[in-house]
Ligand binder design. Structure first.
Ligand code: ADP
Length: 233
């Protein structure tokens, strides 16, 4: 009980801290507009910044809600699904952002397998991992999503040619609010919650997640789920 109470306190304190930063920026920007004799182009620029901070608060509160839902929800409607249609849908949704960032998306989904999954969880997992593979990439880079099968396991790999993760940070990326490069993450609307959500979703679907990365070369996030054996089960 003591441990879980400490964790809860830490979470509330981390969450308040993260929410305070954009609020402080909004306050500073509105004060500057009201107090100083600022010209119209500067006002527009500040208002634009306020809008971006509000978007960030919005994304963060949605992710916090989603995280607490994942943590409290014990079960739901499981269904037997193949992995590739969801991965194709994610790639379609992210094509626009990828093009803007000059990152190409490559799919290799031949080795598809059926898995038993909670509705929508697979989409959220794949979306977060693929989005990161684009966000933390470089112009001209690539994100590959591939499927393979090893014995009774279905494996999805999200492999990017991006900035990579320093060795000492790899162990922390699944922690809530952890960001390697705060400025880069903030510019791309990051909250440090995406991978914490992904790990929870993976684990509640009996899966495992693992990352390997090299700075300047890229990262590979590997997610493994038990295959649903149609004949046996
Ligand atoms: P964020 O909202 O900041 O992207 P995440 O929880 O999704 O939060 O990721 C945590 C941190 O891990 C990111 O801020 C980033 O520093 C690092 N990271 C995640 N995915 C990748 C990736 N594919 N390549 C490089 N760094 C990554």
């Amino acid at each position: 009980l003591q441990t879980s109470e400490n964790k809860r306190r830490q979470f509330v304190s981390d969450a308040s801290h993260e929410l305070k930063t954009p609020l402080a920026s909004i306050k500073l920007l509105t004060d500057s507009i009201l107090q100083n004799d600022v010209d119209m182009p500067t006002v527009r620029e500040f208002v634009g910044d306020i809008g971006r901070e509000a978007d960030r608060l919005n994304t963060m509160s949605q992710k916090l809600l989603s995280l607490s839902r994942v943590e409290s929800q014990q079960d739901g409607d499981c269904e037997i699904i193949y992995l590739s249609p969801t991965l194709q849908r994610v790639a379609r949704m992210l094509r626009g952002i990828a093009e803007k960032s000059q990152v190409s998306i490559e799919l290799d989904l031949k080795n598809d397998s059926p898995v038993l999954f909670l509705e929508d969880d697979l989409y959220q997992i794949a979306f977060n991992l693929a989005e990161n593979g684009i966000k933390y990439n470089v112009p001209g880079g690539k994100l590959s999503i591939s499927l393979s099968r090893e014995e009774d396991n279905a494996i999805i790999r999200f492999s990017d040619t991006g900035v990579g993760i320093p060795e000492d940070a790899v162990a922390h990326v699944f922690e809530r609010f952890y960001r390697v490069d705060k400025a880069r993450s903030r510019n791309s609307g990051g909250s440090g919650l995406g991978l914490a959500i992904v790990r929870n979703l993976v684990e509640r679907n009996q899966g495992r997640i693992h990352v390997e990365s090299a700075v300047g070369q890229g990262s590979v996030f590997t997610v493994t789920f038990p295959v649903f054996d149609m004949e046996e089960e």
